[in-house]
Design a protein around this ligand. Structure first.
Ligand SMILES: Cc1ncc(COP(=O)(O)O)c(C=O)c1O
Length: 376
């Protein structure tokens, strides 16, 4: 059997990882500033994470949501505390798309309405309604096209007001910082406007925090910069540092009912152990603070390169917008300097490293980047 060929991959076989470094099968070391799509939050094979998962695996790896799983309550308590949303409720699932899918369903259960507002440049996943609210027609098959989607121009407050006046809106879904869309930071006033309109129209504010959340921006949720609470936060990626976990944090105003949401795998013992290990390391090693400080340093240093069009982002979610003649930069970083970065179209380098990135590794990148921009 062949693999279904949907990924344009680099010819590199990574066999080992430690912190922000990974190694291929030939022993070549790479600096990982991408974390496999923003997933590695506390570094590869963090000793506490490995031990907690190993210990759990020796006890029990999986049982379904038909029994008590006290690890879930421990996770909810810790996540509530670290995220500053102690009165919210936690529902666990397995991926980002699933988290968004559940959030939009829940909103519709809550207010009985159908329309979802989303924005140009948005990426919310590849399943049913999640892909319908994603702004990329190439990945939306006809079966997932939906009349319930109201797509508005990014940052356009007037369009937002008009949409609320014209439609019965169930929810608004927005990334605090668009990731796939090229590291575009949502203006604070825009998020505040969404909060106000959702309150006025009994709509649900869904903060997609799958890429920009979990401490990466220098606050737990990047939407926190606007000083408003969303009704539902969706999470995945960094929550499990590589273990597949999705989650939604739900405002107390939304009440649960049996059967409303459900999953076989979500919230299993091993997944909870992974998520708890991540939060323990985040707290112990003050990783949100490190993301803020290290990110500010990188952004300030990057702004000194005058060949760059723009540097965008917050904390360790950074976009370097390059002119077309520097389109080679990402490949050069990987193949000449052995540094993994991400990209966004048309010509943006995305930095999404582990939140415990060291200054030495940040400097290693800056040094390599300066060489990529000025080839000798
Ligand atoms: C903002 C955002 N939402 C949702 C998703 C979908 O997550 P998953 O691939 O885990 O389904 C992603 C993945 O890149 C994302 O960046």
């Amino acid at each position: 059997m062949k693999l279904f060929d949907v990924y344009p991959i680099n010819p590199i076989n990574i066999v080992k990882g430690v912190g922000s470094l990974v190694y291929d099968d030939k022993g070549q070391e790479y600096l990982d500033l991408y974390g496999g799509h923003a997933v590695i939050s506390i570094g590869h094979t963090h000793p506490h994470y490995v031990k907690r998962l190993e210990d759990q695996l020796h006890k029990i790896g999986f049982y379904s949501n038909s029994i008590e799983i006290p690890l879930q309550a421990q996770l909810a308590e810790k996540l509530g505390k670290v995220s500053g949303k102690e009165d919210y409720q936690l529902f666990l699932c397995n991926s980002g798309a699933e988290a968004n899918e559940n959030a939009m369903k829940l909103a519709s259960f809550y207010n009985g309405k159908k329309k979802v507002i989303c924005f140009t440049g948005a990426f919310h996943g590849r399943t049913s309604l999640a892909v319908a609210v994603t702004d990329n027609p190439k990945i939306v098959p006809p079966v997932n096209e939906s009349d319930n989607v109201v797509r508005l121009p990014w940052k356009d407050e007037a369009a937002l007001e008009q949409a609320f006046a014209e439609h019965e809106i169930s929810s608004v879904i927005i990334e605090g910082i668009q990731g796939v869309g090229g590291i575009q930071v949502a203006p604070e006033s825009f998020l505040q406007k969404i909060r106000t309109l959702c309150d006025e129209h009994n709509a649900v504010f869904i903060a997609d925090s799958i890429q920009c959340g979990y401490g990466r921006s220098g606050k737990f949720y990047s939407h926190d910069y606007a000083g408003v609470d969303a009704d539902i936060y969706t999470m995945a990626k960094g929550i499990g540092n590589g273990f597949p976990i999705g989650a939604i944090s739900i405002s107390p105003k939304i009440q649960p009912a049996y059967g409303m949401l459900g999953t076989t795998f979500g919230g299993n013992h091993l997944a909870c152990a992974a998520a708890l290990a991540v939060l323990e390391v985040m707290e112990e090693d003050k990783l949100i603070q490190n993301a803020a400080e290290r990110g500010s340093y990188l952004i300030e240093e990057l702004k000194k390169f005058d060949q760059i069009n723009e540097v965008r982002g917050r904390g360790l979610m950074i976009g370097i917008d390059l002119p077309a003649e520097l389109a080679h930069a990402k490949k050069d970083l990987l193949f000449k300097h052995h540094i993994f970065t991400g990209e966004a179209k048309p010509n943006v380098i995305r930095l999404l490293p582990a939140l415990n990135l060291t200054k030495a590794h940040a400097d290693q990148f800056l040094e390599a980047f300066s060489k990529v921009l000025r080839p000798l």
